[in-house]
Ligand binder design. Structure first.
Ligand code: NAP
Length: 283
């Protein structure tokens, strides 16, 4: 990649940002298509968030990804928020053409799952009720899931999220419960979405034990954890004959959707996936 006088800048704002996988992934995409863009990461202290957005506008920056801790706070500095991002209450992508915020995390998960199964008319169990669950749950509803059952350690949080998704009017059948009872919900489930950090490096031997024995061969199992690539949950899913969906695919497709928003072009997902795997040292 050659930086020239004409080069368009996109990037990431967060705090911290130095371990992000987005720069190699997006720069591989621009290289692949020979586009005059570069993607850089900016560590923005929360107290400088507003001036960072105003400065980026003045500098003609084309787009940002937004990560922790700015995903919610940044919304007040934008002119427009995409409808589903507004329901989620967080953005991870800004398009400076119209200073509009989007949330592509949930789209990323849905596109990852749709590599192996459509979402439409499916019964989905979601484990966890944090930020990732919130983003994914609204998009599962938007993509036509028949029912959504949100299970969490803190059941109040699951009920709160289920209520918000239900109020959106995107889906009729939304339920909440305790993650400790996940086994009994799986028999009728088509898709399991695990948004808890259980099994994430360095605790790679952990799995939500209660559910491991209850997976079946008609189930699709998505794990948001991407390090390691194949978590204990996914290993057990494969043993049970279920179809695994890897967390890295969510990273990939959220990036692909941001790329499309900024450039108006379809993202070269193969080149992006290769860059992600190289960065994560996966095969
Ligand atoms: P978060 O907001 O902190 O939420 C974590 C959720 O997991 C909460 O519902 C929490 O339950 C539950 N949880 C945590 N530890 C648990 C345990 N030991 N047993 C049962 N439940 C537990 O985190 P997040 O931002 O949603 O991220 C969750 C995971 O998704 C992380 O591993 C993250 O790396 C991954 N992620 C992946 C991608 C991707 O692109 N692949 C994107 C975003 C996030 P309580 O409410 O009861 O505490």
């Amino acid at each position: 990649m050659k930086i020239k006088g004409s080069t368009n800048i996109v990037g990431l704002i967060g705090h911290p940002v130095e371990h992000s996988f987005s720069p190699p992934m997006h720069n591989a995409a621009f290289d692949e298509l020979g586009m005059d863009y570069a993607y850089v990461a900016f560590d923005v202290n929360p107290k400088n968030l507003q001036s960072a957005i105003e400065g980026a506008k003045s500098l003609n920056i084309r787009g940002f990804n937004v990560t922790i801790p700015h995903k919610i706070e940044v919304m007040q500095f934008l002119d427009e928020i995409d409808e589903v991002a507004s329901l989620i209450g967080a953005v991870n992508t800004i398009d400076f053409k119209n200073l509009k915020g989007y949330n592509t995390d949930g789209i990323g998960a849905v596109k990852a799952i749709e590599e192996v199964s459509s979402i439409k008319n499916k019964n989905v169990v979601v484990a966890g009720a944090g930020g990732a669950s919130r983003a994914i749950s609204f998009y599962l509803a938007k993509y036509g899931a028949e029912s959504l059952t949100i299970l969490n350690r803190n059941v109040d949080k699951a009920q709160g999220l289920a209520g918000d998704v239900s109020d959106s009017g995107l889906i009729n059948d939304v339920n909440a419960g305790s993650i400790s009872e996940i086994g009994r919900y799986l028999a009728n489930a088509d898709i399991l979405v695990d948004t808890t950090p259980i099994g994430m490096h360095p605790n790679i031997d952990d799995a939500p034990i209660a559910l491991v024995g209850d997976m079946h061969e008609d189930l699709v199992v998505f794990d948001a954890v991407y390090n390691p690539n194949e978590t204990v949950l996914l290993k057990e899913a494969i043993k049970a004959g279920a179809k695994p969906v890897y967390g890295i695919k969510m990273l990939l497709y959220q990036g692909a959707e941001s790329f499309r928003i900024w450039t108006g072009r379809d993202a070269p997902v193969d080149a992006m996936e290769k860059a992600l795997k190289d960065t994560l040292n996966l095969e």
